[in-house]
Design a protein around this ligand. Structure first.
Ligand SMILES: Cc1ncc(COP(=O)(O)O)c(C=O)c1O
Length: 165
């Protein structure tokens, strides 16, 4: 099945919420891109009901995992971090390119790092590119923060390479 159509550009920043259901990092489909999106649809409905445009999952260990259609990067003490693939997150292409082009530490830690310690955070995906997060649950984050701004700059400088420009 192929669906094609124009997509509206995403706003520069997004609000996200943590959902009450876990990603199963030990499940048969963990990390795979499949059309089995029922859990994501339910989670996204939860996010929209809470005024957010993306829902984020922790995994069974309570570690940060990913959004319904996005990977997550965040900053603690000036260090850019993102969950490892062992967290159960999809190995997103945008995630990989940001690791290659900018760099970040891959680390798994409790999702509360986002509501207690992170100074900035952003979503990555093929449609959102690098989208700063301005609110995580009830916590406001400066968005875009300085590192997010740098990553966005690198992204838009290098993105044309992907289009053969
Ligand atoms: C569950 C999930 N995580 C992350 C991503 C981001 O991947 P990409 O950067 O390849 O678009 C997607 C994209 O659809 C996804 O479905």
């Amino acid at each position: 099945m192929v669906v094609a159509g124009p997509i509206d550009p995403w706003p520069e920043t997004a609000a996200v919420v943590t959902v009450p259901w876990p990603r199963n990092e030990r499940g048969a489909l963990a990390g795979l891109k499949t059309t089995s999106y029922g859990e994501n649809v339910r989670a996204l409905a939860h996010a929209r009901a809470h005024g957010a445009s993306e829902a984020v999952f922790a995994n069974l260990r309570g570690h940060l995992c990913e959004g319904t259609g996005t990977n997550i990067f965040y900053v603690v003490d000036g260090e850019l971090r993102t969950p490892t693939l062992a967290s159960g997150c999809l190995a997103g292409i945008t995630r990989r390119l940001i690791l290659d082009w900018y760099g970040a530490r891959e680390v798994d830690e409790p999702i509360e790092v986002l509501t207690e310690r992170a100074s900035e955070a952003f979503l990555t995906s093929t449609t959102r590119d690098v989208q700063a997060i301005h609110r995580w649950n009830n916590r406001e984050l400066g968005a875009p923060g300085p590192i997010t701004t740098e990553v966005r700059k690198v992204w838009y400088e290098r993105e044309p390479e992907l289009l053969g420009a």
